[in-house]
Design a protein around this ligand. Structure first.
Ligand code: GTP
Length: 324
């Protein structure tokens, strides 16, 4: 990949480069579905949000942050790309975990392109090999692009070794990969050019102002969950779900009531915090982002409820919209 030769030395800080909607794109119009697949925590959601220019998928440093398939739509001159962000493929122990893997597998059907997102700073492990197998075994043969993310953490002496290992795993050539730093947007425009050039010629599927298939209610619940994931540790992040119980639009104010489900009484204590301070902080942070999302004022009321074993309960998983 000649483009990669032009990237600055990896140890040096790189400047953020915003998406390039005005870059020259091929004509005629190209459109299609692109699946982002990879291990948990490699940066799939960060990449998607950068490409779409909106937070459509929440991000945290905890593995398995994304729990269901999310579509984020990128529009540009001459193209429309609908990205499917999938839950990271992992070893599942709960009903929720199993559904997450199923969603990742299903996302390989009826698509036009696969972007395999890897943590480029690390050599591929067993899970990478398994996902590569899944991708190569998918019935419909579509082009595969390798996005080696976390380039900022990649040591110069590991570049060649890691690139060869991942491209070898996927059976792709050196024209089909890109090193990126999704957090800074570095090389994301080049990745986007590669993606667009491999999309089929076709008409747009979505309206130009549509950027996701997720409802405002689901996005709001996810923003609350994101703030909790960022602020908690150990088993708490995996034990938390957010359920919207009330949603009332009153002119330029939306009143939202949400329950935070946890699995243990001790977790309830953690989330409420001393004199309710922890919950207050979560509420303040989430409200600011929900206001940004909705474009007007929000009143957010949060309650913490203990719901033992919710991750095993198909009915609750449906109510949370993690399954159909
Ligand atoms: N250093 C560095 N960190 C990154 C980069 N991209 C993402 N991250 C961080 O990696 C963590 C995981 O990012 P996500 O976007 O949630 O990863 P994901 O692959 O969607 O994770 P799952 O939802 O678990 O499948 C977050 O803390 C991000 O800020 C990158 O290019 N460099």
């Amino acid at each position: 990949m000649t483009d990669n030769e032009a990237i600055p030395p990896i140890e040096q800080p790189v400047e953020a480069s915003p998406p390039t909607p005005n870059a020259q794109r091929p004509t005629p119009f190209r459109s299609g579905y692109v699946t982002l697949i990879g291990k948990p925590n490699v940066g799939k959601s960060t990449l998607l949000n950068h490409i779409v220019g909106q937070k459509v998928s929440i991000v945290s440093n905890k593995p398995q942050t994304t729990r269901r398939r999310v579509i984020g739509i990128a529009h540009g001159p001459g193209y429309e790309a609908a990205f499917i962000d999938t839950p990271g493929v992992h070893e599942a122990h709960t009903q929720l975990g199993k559904q997450m893997i199923e969603q990742a597998q299903m996302s390989l059907a009826d698509i036009n392109l696969v972007v395999y997102v890897a943590d480029g700073a690390h050599h591929p492990g067993d899970l990478d090999k398994l996902i590569a197998k899944m991708v190569k075994a998918s019935e419909v043969k579509v082009p595969i692009i390798l996005c080696m993310n976390k380039m900022d953490l990649l040591k110069a002496e590991d570049v060649v070794r890691n690139v060869e290992a991942y491209t070898g795993l996927l059976g792709i050539t050196e024209d089909d990969y890109m090193l990126t730093t999704a957090t800074q947007g570095h090389n994301v425009d080049k990745l986007m050019d590669m993606i667009v050039s491999r999309l089929p010629v076709g008409d747009p599927i979505y309206d130009e102002d549509e950027f996701t298939d997720q409802s405002s209610r689901f996005l709001a619940a996810e923003l609350v969950r994101e703030k909790i994931l960022i602020a908690t540790r150990q088993e708490v992040p995996h034990s938390v779900a957010v359920m919207i119980e009330e949603w009332e639009d009153e002119g330029d104010l939306t009143r939202i009531g949400a329950s935070i489900l946890v699995e243990k009484v001790s977790q309830r204590g953690i989330l409420i915090g001393k004199q309710g301070q922890f919950l207050k902080k979560i509420g303040t942070e989430a409200r600011a982002e929900i206001e940004e999302l909705l474009g007007h004022r929000v009143h957010l009321d949060l309650h913490v409820k203990v719901s033992e074993g919710w991750r095993m309960n198909p009915r609750i998983l449906r109510e949370l919209e993690y399954s159909e």
